[in-house]
Write a protein that binds this ligand. Structure first.
Ligand code: FDA
Length: 391
């Protein structure tokens, strides 16, 4: 027997549950996972960086940078903060406007389940899509619910199955397949917010060393921590820049982001001229990193041996360290998928398809990708809300 509903939402993640909380009572949400919101649960080290105080369209990458504006403006970080306040969830700002739960990320999952069930939506876990068609008026889905076939027809279909990152957690390209099935174009997808790798593992001896830096690519740069790893580079600044980087391109590291090093070295030369140059540099940079850079920059002698020009040369090299990663850690560890369903064929107000009324794409599946720092969840909330309230 076919079960008829008004709205079928595929994916009980951040965007899907937010949408279900607003889409009206006759809504069915399905997910192949055993639990809803698994990425929320593991996010932010178990505390979920659920939004960012400074979230705005400039923090998102998309082929059409204007697309995200409407949803972000109509459902803001302040709306989400109000929601969690109503649920008594305590939070704090960690850094750079990033808001985390004081307690556990599972509070956010419980809140969303509560919101959607209170709105009347039903949730079927352990359920996957077997077949999908549209008869000109309604969608017809064959589902596998824990081994049992079930037919569902719906007037609206919302794709909220996210991107391809972390396949081990159940990420699939289902939204992209369905987009193609109904004639939607996709922009190129690739792993983003991901550590970068070097085939010859030049930083293996530095593994675990971290320092604040400015990491740049082209005209974009981020001032955050960099972490050296066995296979390459990680840390927030590297993850941020990874979203802009393409294979074959270089990134630049500025290891003196405050620009104070040259004056500091000159001042020390005045009073501590007999101090070894590398010893002095190790007061400003991690000692292991100074060891690594010593042969590369030909560092030798005492501070008194270094002319202004030579100090300038050393500082300049530290401020413009150009590196060419050979790859990234890929979808295995990427926090998000860059690219996705092309926004050209979606309404920025409702997230509905321009050529098949009733078909919606929300969250990470869409070609809108946020920076690191709570922006991706904000997009999930804003786009989920936009579709839910439009339905
Ligand atoms: P999401 O991935 O949340 O949900 C998709 C749902 O669809 C899942 O429940 C999945 O099981 C289901 N699904 C997939 N394929 C299916 C299929 N074929 N059939 C049925 N169901 C299917 N962002 C942020 O802002 N702050 C943070 O702190 C973090 N931290 C973080 C840590 C880690 C380790 C990762 C991997 C990611 C983050 N992110 C993040 C990114 C954030 O998790 C992500 O952008 C959102 O979860 C996207 O929300 P969606 O609802 O679009 O997809």
């Amino acid at each position: 027997m076919t079960k008829a509903v008004e709205t079928l939402i595929l994916g009980a993640g951040a965007a899907g549950m937010m949408c279900a909380a607003h889409a009206g009572a006759d809504t069915l949400v399905i997910d192949h996972a055993r639990a809803p919101g698994e990425k929320i649960r593991i996010s932010g080290g178990g505390r979920c960086n659920f939004t960012n105080l400074h979230a705005g369209p400039e923090n998102f990458l998309s082929q059409n940078p204007h697309f995200c504006k409407s949803a972000l403006r109509r459902y803001t970080q302040w709306d989400f903060i109000d929601l969690i306040a109503r649920h008594g969830i305590a939070w704090h700002e960690k850094t750079l406007g990033q808001l985390f739960c004081d307690d556990k990320a599972t509070q956010i999952v419980a809140m969303l389940v509560d919101e959607m069930t209170r709105a009347g939506a039903r949730l079927w876990l352990g359920t996957s899509l077997v077949d999908l068609s549209h008869d000109g008026t309604r969608f017809h889905a064959t589902l596998d619910r824990e081994g049992t076939r079930q037919s569902v027809s719906a007037r609206n279909l919302v794709l909220a199955t996210g991107g391809k990152s972390i396949p081990k957690m159940g990420a699939t390209g289902l939204a992209y397949d369905i987009a193609r099935q109904f004639g939607h174009a996709l922009t190129e997808t690739r792993p983003a917010l991901v550590p970068l790798t070097f085939s010859d593992a030049p930083f293996a001896p530095l593994s675990g060393v971290a320092l604040p830096a400015r990491v740049g690519h082209d005209t974009t740069h981020f001032d955050e921590a960099v972490l050296f790893t066995h296979r390459g580079l990680s840390g927030p600044a590297i993850l941020q820049v990874s979203s802009y980087w393409h294979e074959g391109e270089a990134i630049t590291l500025d290891l003196d982001p405050t620009g104070a090093l040259f004056d500091a070295l000159r001042a020390q030369r005045q009073t501590q001229g007999r101090r070894n140059l590398t010893t002095e540099l190790a007061r400003h940079l991690p000692a292991k990193l100074v060891d690594h850079l010593t042969p590369l920059l030909g560092l030798s002698g005492n501070l008194a041996d270094q002319s202004d020009a030579r100090l300038g040369e050393i500082v300049s090299a530290l401020r413009h360290w150009s590196l060419k990663p050979t790859g990234s850690e890929g979808y295995r560890t990427a926090e998000v998928t860059l690219g996705g369903v092309d926004t050209d064929e979606l309404s920025s107000k409702t997230m509905m398809s321009n050529h098949l009324p009733g078909l919606y794409f929300i969250g990470e599946a869409v070609d809108v990708t946020g920076w690191l720092g709570g922006y991706n969840f904000q997009w999930a909330w804003s786009s989920g809300w936009a579709a839910g309230t439009a339905i």
